[in-house]
Design a protein around this ligand. Structure first.
Ligand code: DC
Length: 223
């Protein structure tokens, strides 16, 4: 089968993870959740007692992190030094701390290098995050920005977290985090050559199909 590298970026709640996973299954590709890597190294820094306001210490903790991430779209697993953190990294204490790592340029450079190595080592891969189309894999065969209106994103996040959080908490979490993260990476406007798929009015299946169409169109043009 032909090698294919697909880069997908987008904000929280755009449906990026579930859509990218399903597109990977249908393309017989592996799947890389780079956000999970940011979360896992954040857990590691917290676990090691790192002062998150100390940029050099945060960068050192990230460099020292022995991280494993499953690339199987059907197996969600991420470990740090052998400790399974798959569930823990989704908890609010990690979500609240992750921007300290995501805005640390040295930490980003380390994770970008590891992500590029993973992409290089895999023939068929969909990698998703915030800077995949622009920084990690600007030469990907297909690059997509998956967007959705603020309203649709908040609604989806609410469902994803089991509807346990108040609207204000959700809004603070999703919008504040995006605002912080977008100070270092731009994932709200498609860069040159990046196709935009707006999922606001699409259901899951329609979004997957729109993404697959965009991939096919770009991969044939770039071939
Ligand atoms: O997609 P997510 O919510 O799991 O991402 C977790 C955090 O990592 C979020 O604050 C954005 C950041 N991130 C990033 O800066 N660059 C990436 N390529 C992926 C995620």
């Amino acid at each position: 089968m032909q090698r294919i590298v697909v880069a997908i970026d987008g904000p929280s709640g755009s449906g990026k993870s579930s859509v990218s996973k399903e597109a990977a299954r249908r393309l017989n590709a592996v799947y890389l959740d780079t956000g999970a890597m940011y979360r896992a190294v954040t857990w590691h820094a917290l676990d090691a007692g790192t002062d998150l306001s100390d940029a050099a210490a945060v960068a050192a903790a990230v460099k020292a992190a022995d991280l494993f991430i499953s690339l199987d779209p059907d197996v969600e697993k991420i470990t740090i030094h052998g400790t399974d953190v798959t569930e823990t990294i989704r908890e609010p204490f990690v979500s609240e701390a992750v921007s300290a790592v995501a805005t640390n340029l040295e930490a980003r450079a380390e994770l970008v290098a590891r992500q590029r190595a993973i992409i290089e080592a895999n023939e068929r891969i969909i990698a998703e995050g915030r800077d995949i189309t622009t920084v990690v894999a600007p030469d990907a065969d297909a690059r997509i920005l998956l967007t959705a209106s603020e309203e649709a994103r908040l609604r989806r996040r609410g469902i994803q977290l089991g509807g346990t959080q108040s609207e204000a908490e959700l809004e603070a979490q999703v919008l504040a985090r995006d605002a912080k993260d977008s100070t270092v990476v731009n994932f709200t406007v498609a860069a040159d050559g990046v196709a935009t798929v707006d999922s606001s009015d699409l259901d899951f299946e329609q979004t997957v199909l729109a993404v697959l169409e965009a991939i096919t169109a770009q991969a044939s043009t770039n071939a």
